[in-house]
Design a protein around this ligand. Structure first.
Ligand SMILES: Cc1cc2nc3c(=O)[nH]c(=O)nc-3n(C[C@H](O)[C@H](O)[C@H](O)COP(=O)(O)O)c2cc1C
Length: 286
């Protein structure tokens, strides 16, 4: 599929067919897309554990979060859940990555001088700035770029996905045996859509003029109507949600998935989870 069309069709898909497995080859393509994404200093801190419902140990499935405030049923029905993580250890070995960039012809002009400059100046600079760099958000942002690329590949492969934040990942970390240097960023459900692939139409977005500026804040970046038409024709800009039939589709999906009429009824279970975790921390710190 053409990239613009993939971007237009990429939509959080909450309803996946639980009975239809996802080919590992498709997951592999998603992971490759994440692997190739840009990263500051070529740090590559984005890591992932793929949970495949059909083959995962029972204790891993049982450790999936009860919910995210609104999407608990998604963890219970998705054939695959990718646990995207940020590995802080990757920053500690960033110097090696910079030397690799010099070797690859991506950093510096003269190879020998560039290696020497890395050792004498740049790597010590990055090491001394390490804690500050961690607070800038660059690393999380780059992980997001990788996840975004994987998401676009998933849609190109006919899959649906939804990113879900997990407020309490304690049980999951333990079940997956994650190293301490791993921070769980987000969980991504993956499967074949049980809802229309359009998922009800393009989700509401603030107007272009309100979000993007030229030369100074407040002066909207001028949008050329011809470009808007071009992007509509390419399938990137689509009909805003809800398209006709969406309400009926939601009613049907709600029955099929056994959902109540509102999202978020797992909130009390999440609160209990968080309270239990806090109590555990408090008794450990006594
Ligand atoms: C980083 C990220 C985290 C998200 N976390 C949650 C979540 O915890 N629970 C949830 O129900 N939806 C979550 N979502 C889905 C968004 O709410 C969804 O993207 C939004 O409704 C817009 O839909 P769209 O992705 O189709 O544009 C998350 C999305 C992103 C990008």
């Amino acid at each position: 599929m053409e990239l613009k069309k993939v971007i237009g069709n990429r939509r959080s898909t909450r309803f996946l067919r639980p009975y239809k497995p996802v080919e590992r080859t498709k997951i592999q393509k998603m992971l490759e897309a994440a692997r190739l994404a840009s990263f500051w200093g070529n740090v590559q801190a984005l890591k992932a554990v793929v949970i495949e419902r059909a083959t995962a140990p029972a204790e891993v499935i049982a450790a999936l979060p009860v919910g995210t405030a609104i999407g608990g049923f998604q963890f219970r029905s998705a054939p695959v859940v990718i646990v995207w993580c940020l590995d802080w250890q990757a920053i500690a070995v960033q110097g090696d990555r910079l030397h690799e960039l010099v070797e690859a012809g991506a950093l510096g002009v003269d190879k020998a001088q560039s290696h020497a400059y890395l050792d004498s100046t740049l790597i010590p600079f990055f090491q001394s700035a390490g804690e500050r760099i961690k607070t800038t958000g660059f690393t999380e942002l780059d992980c997001g770029q990788g996840i975004a690329q994987a998401t676009l590949v998933a849609f190109d492969e006919g899959l649906g996905t939804c990113l879900l934040g997990a407020m309490n990942d304690r049980k999951l970390r333990k079940a997956l045996k994650l190293p301490d240097s791993y921070k769980v960023l987000v969980l991504q459900t993956v499967g074949y859509p049980a809802e229309d692939p359009g998922a009800g139409g393009q989700r509401p977005r603030e107007p272009f003029a309100k979000r993007f500026f030229l030369n100074r804040y407040g002066d909207s970046f001028p949008a050329d109507p011809a470009v808007v038409e071009e992007l509509k024709a390419a399938g990137m800009l689509q009909e805003p949600a809800p398209v006709p039939g969406r309400r009926e589709e939601l009613d049907w999906l709600g029955k099929v998935f056994g959902l109540s009429n509102v999202f978020g009824d797992e909130v009390p279970a999440i609160v209990k989870d968080l309270t239990d975790a806090a109590a555990e921390d408090a008794s450990r710190n006594k």
